[in-house]
Design a binder for this molecule. Structure first.
Ligand SMILES: Cc1cc2nc3c(=O)[nH]c(=O)nc-3n(C[C@H](O)[C@H](O)[C@H](O)COP(=O)(O)O)c2cc1C
Length: 301
């Protein structure tokens, strides 16, 4: 199937932030049936992120407050080159900055690499103390950042949106109008908090974190469905996918490709293989010959 003009063997995509940037772990995901991999979000300078514990599991998914730990754009792009020197596969480089100028500098650096797509992380909820509100909640910032990057980027741009926006349809349309070639949605939900009753404290050192995993799947599907009605650009749907049926449902709601994040923590890297096989079984038994036959075919009651 095609995604933004690139031929991919399956719509499955490693979501940002899950396996860092090491090219050896990225290639394992491609070997197991993913069509694309997304790097951890990269900033201009390296970042240490928050003190641990930064990830906690609860009986609906995960809460994390990693705080965008990353080695910086230069080291990150070196891993992309190592990856492309040895393997086939579409690499999405995720970046974030504190203002439009940072995003422009990052896009210019990515232009010098073999990255296939550029994902703008406008929606991380875990660095509000530093960067104030996520850009994806502020319509004028979405327009400013996406249009600034569009003027410099040599490769297609995906804008990553937040489920916390008041009206994600409005934000999505602004991103499209500003020149985004596609959307990635959703980033983590909340903040949420998990409490250790014995210690009488939150489990996360940072107290709060973004919620991901199975509990956000119905929300992700609804928001993707809504957004697919108002934009003409493809959506990389992400949020709570861990089975082939989950992925089929999200594609029917309007996603053109599927990001998988928290399920890697729950089920290990084999999850890409199992999701892909389960999708194929569903498609064979229900008469769909290509992944793209699933996109946006949901009918409302
Ligand atoms: C531990 C962890 C770290 C993450 N780091 C990033 C990140 O660096 N950049 C980003 O855009 N999203 C990040 N995310 C969000 C995921 O890419 C994804 O949008 C979200 O978790 C929903 O998908 P899921 O339910 O499949 O995990 C992170 C998620 C988790 C669980």
């Amino acid at each position: 199937m095609l995604f933004l003009g690139k031929e991919i063997p399956s719509p499955l995509t490693l979501a940002s932030g899950i396996l860092g940037i090491s090219f050896s772990s990225l290639q394992r995901v491609i070997r197991d049936g993913a069509g694309m991999v997304t790097t951890k979000s990269l900033s201009i300078e390296p970042r240490i992120g928050h003190e641990g514990p930064v990830i906690v599991e609860f009986n609906g998914g995960l809460i994390n407050s990693v705080g965008l730990t990353n080695p910086g754009i230069q080291d990150g792009l070196e891993e992309v080159e190592k990856f492309h020197n040895q393997f086939e596969g579409v690499v999405i480089v995720s970046v974030f900055g504190g203002n439009a100028n940072d995003f422009v500098k990052l896009a210019e650096a990515v232009n010098q690499s073999s990255a296939d797509f550029l994902e703008l992380n406008l929606s991380c909820p875990n660095v509000e103390d530093e960067f104030k509100r996520p850009f994806a909640l502020m319509p004028e910032k979405v327009t400013e950042i996406v249009s600034a990057v569009r003027t410099v980027s040599d490769i297609p741009i995906l804008a990553k949106l937040s489920p916390n926006a008041n009206d994600i349809g409005v934000i999505a349309k602004l991103a499209e109008d500003a020149g985004a070639h596609g959307l990635t949605m959703i980033n983590t939900l909340g903040h949420g908090m998990v409490v250790d009753a014995i210690a009488k404290r939150p489990v996360l050192r940072n107290n709060f974190g973004g919620i991901s995993g199975p509990c956000i799947k119905p929300l992700a599907i609804k928001l993707i469905y809504d957004v697919s009605k108002v934009v003409d650009i493809p959506i990389l749907g992400t949020g709570g996918i861990s089975t082939g049926l989950d992925a089929v449902e999200m594609m029917m709601a309007g996603a053109s490709a599927i990001g998988v994040g928290s399920a890697v923590y729950d089920h290990g890297l084999d999850v890409f293989k199992s999701i892909r096989e389960e999708m194929e079984v569903f498609m064979d038994s229900h008469g769909y010959s290509d992944y793209s036959d699933l996109i946006g075919i949901l009918e409302e009651n």
